[in-house]
Design a protein around this ligand. Structure first.
Ligand code: ZN
Length: 656
């Protein structure tokens, strides 16, 4: 018997075998037949691979499937890229290039395979076809996603990133009714670069490859002293610097950063730029000392600040779409620092859509209770937590849930970060005398059903707000407090009447953001008894002040253990924990994105009674726990048991 394996050349996967039984001559198979069979196997491997690629492996045909069949990336990576693109609201091509390091020609090849037409790359020496471009504008080409390149013997050559759509629109035939049309496909990036080439105009996305190249283009004279007066203004409008600043902002946005920190050092020290991502700062680049002043001036120009004022803090706002290809806003703060330099910190106001309420990461119990509470026709609902704990995001999710054509919703915010159609949103402007209290009073005269106000600090807003809620409105606000029960005490301290407040209170949601384990590289392991005990002990500890616990600590502890294992364990009662490892996707940290931890206190009859009786925080805590509330720490531990985060991250944000 002669047997040979059919092995895929790239993946080394065994696809099958060939067996030849009984040589006719009744002797052993000769050498040349062995070689022949080996060759046959190779040919079959290629044929099988192509068949598999076309039918079994890829069920849904997508534009970039060619990347998988050509083994540029794996099917799993393509799926991750699609998810990342959806989450960040970027196009898939951008994610494939920037995050998965797919080369542009490989994308072109995939598109060519998908559309069945030739791929046309960006060429910097392309000759403009003035005849064809005569009545065309760049805007028209951007909107309709095609541009004519050449008049060839096969017809007018039209470049487009989507051949099917362009052909189906029949727009090209309308523009050139008498000509034959030949289509070629290209990537989005090369399409935009080609438009820049043909029409002029700078798209930073297209012509600035990466930040290092841009840095290299800066002309560092190395003296570090910087220039003064008019020279700063002209240095600030230097083309390379403008591109660099745009690139920094675009990179920060695309990497999901919330803030950009610009930290100059005096003398020859370089200017450090760091991004805050998922709550932690990471170094981004360093800029030569000689660009220090021009960089600050450029940013000040972008937000209409006084470039000659360098000794006082200033604040402003950049509407980035005036300068670059992204429709985002940045809140800018300048602060003079030691050595006669100026730090600049920019917050990216992600003009985003609200996250649906059921995607906030609320536990099943919290989601149900939250919905019931906010559906009431009037009352007070608070979201509390420190700065950067996602309070506004959560309130907007609630607004999104309540936003219906029959409901009038007024919001007062500083700043307006998330916009929603249907909400009437007011930007508070303290400089102009438009503060929260004033806006609130105006809302009350403006026939509201629901009022949402940003942070509530002073007595005046508190009293107006209470008044509002009692006269038939639903009022939402954020508070700068640590826990739900503590918020009640704070509000009473601010001068709320305990009886009115108890009557109006619907609920208080305390919130923190903990780092999420990177889904791509987290490592599962079956939890040891010691680990489980430690976790559940920490969970149980939160109950120690409740009456039930004081009466029967042992029994209560056993109940906690049992119910946690029942809810989060497998059939055999085993729990799985995950540890962070680190990979390319998460920048080696093991964490990517964040998850909300919640503590939802509902204004039940017992809580209302506690409020009227001026109960202490500890008492309210124990009442709430007895009625089923879970503390931030407990909610966190439940998310640890679900593999969403780990206990270190939960502890880090639940410090009391
Ligand atoms: Zn990772």
């Amino acid at each position: 018997m002669l047997v040979a394996p059919i092995v895929d050349a790239k993946s080394r996967e065994l696809i099958g075998t060939i067996q030849i039984i009984n040589n006719k001559q009744g002797v052993a198979f000769p050498q040349y037949m062995e070689e022949g069979v080996a060759q046959l196997c190779e040919t079959l491997a290629i044929a099988f691979r192509q068949r598999l690629g076309a039918s079994n492996v890829l069920q849904v045909r997508g534009k970039y499937d060619g990347l998988v069949t050509d083994a540029v990336i794996s099917a799993k990576e393509l799926e991750l890229a699609q998810r990342s693109a959806r989450r960040k609201n970027l196009n898939l091509e951008t994610v494939l290039i920037d995050e998965f390091q797919v080369k542009v020609p490989a994308l072109g090849a995939a598109l060519a395979a998908f559309f069945g037409g030739p791929y046309e790359p960006y060429k910097s020496d392309r000759i403009k076809p003035p005849e064809l471009l005569r009545n065309m504008s760049r805007d028209f080409c951007v909107t309709n996603q095609w541009v004519p390149l050449d008049d060839t013997k096969d017809g007018i050559l039209v470049m487009t990133p989507d051949v099917e759509r362009t052909r189906a629109s029949r727009m090209v035939n309308n523009v050139y009714p008498k000509n034959k049309i030949a289509y070629c496909v290209t990537t989005q990036r090369e399409f935009m670069a080609t438009l820049d080439h043909l029409f002029g105009g700078a798209s930073v996305l297209a012509d600035s490859g990466n930040i290092d190249d841009l840095l290299g283009d800066l002309n560092d004279d190395g003296d570090g002293v910087g220039v003064a007066g008019d020279d700063i203004a002209s240095a600030a409008s230097d083309n390379e610097l403008v591109k660099l600043v745009n690139k920094v902002i675009i990179d920060a946005y695309q990497q999901g950063a919330s803030d950009i920190h610009i930290e100059p050092y005096p003398g020859k020290g370089k200017t450090e730029i760091r991004f805050r991502k998922d709550g932690s700062l990471t170094p981004y680049i360093q800029i030569p000392a000689s660009y220090r002043n021009a960089l600050a001036a450029r940013l000040k120009i972008m937000c209409d600040l006084d470039i000659s004022e360098r000794r006082k803090p200033q604040d402003g706002k950049i509407k980035f779409k005036k300068f670059g290809p992204l429709d985002i806003e940045l809140r800018v703060a300048t602060i003079p620092t030691a050595g006669g330099v100026e730090d600049i910190v920019m917050r990216i106001l992600a003009a985003g859509e609200p996250i649906p309420l059921d995607k906030l990461g609320l536990s099943k119990r919290n989601l149900e209770l939250c919905r019931t509470a906010v559906e009431k026709p009037y009352g007070l609902f608070f979201v509390c937590g420190p700065t950067g704990s996602g309070k506004t995001t959560t309130l907007h999710s609630v607004m999104g849930y309540l936003n219906k054509p029959d409901t009038k919703i007024w919001t007062a915010e500083d700043p307006v970060e998330i916009t929603q159609k249907g909400l009437r949103q007011v930007q508070v402007n303290k400089k102009a005398g438009l503060d929260f209290a004033l806006v609130m009073k105006a809302f009350l005269r403006a026939d509201p059903d629901i009022i949402m106000v940003g942070e509530m600090r002073d007595k005046e807003t508190v009293s107006t707000r209470i008044e509002a809620s009692l006269t038939g409105h639903l009022v939402f606000a954020t508070l700068h407090t640590n826990s739900a029960p503590e918020s009640i005490i704070r509000l009473l301290d601010m001068g709320m009447d305990p009886f009115n407040f108890a009557d109006a209170l619907l609920g208080i949601l305390a919130q923190r953001l903990a780092k999420r384990l990177c889904a791509k590289c987290k490592v599962p392991h079956q939890a040891s008894d010691a680990e489980i005990n430690a976790l559940l002990e920490e969970y149980a500890l939160e109950f120690t002040n409740t009456d039930a616990w004081k009466a029967d600590p042992k029994g209560e502890r056993a109940k906690v253990l049992e119910s946690r294992v029942k809810e989060f364990g497998d059939e055999d009662g085993r729990l799985v924990l995950h540890t962070a490892r680190g990979c390319d996707t998460c920048g080696g940290t093991g964490y990517k994105g964040r998850v909300g931890l919640h503590e939802l206190l509902i204004g039940t009859d017992r809580i209302k009674k506690d409020i009227q009786e001026h109960a202490r925080v500890a008492q309210m805590f124990s009442t709430a726990l007895e009625e089923g509330m879970r503390t931030l720490k407990q909610d966190g531990i439940e998310k640890v048991l679900q593999g969403i985060t780990d206990i270190q991250q939960v502890r880090a944000v639940c410090i009391k």
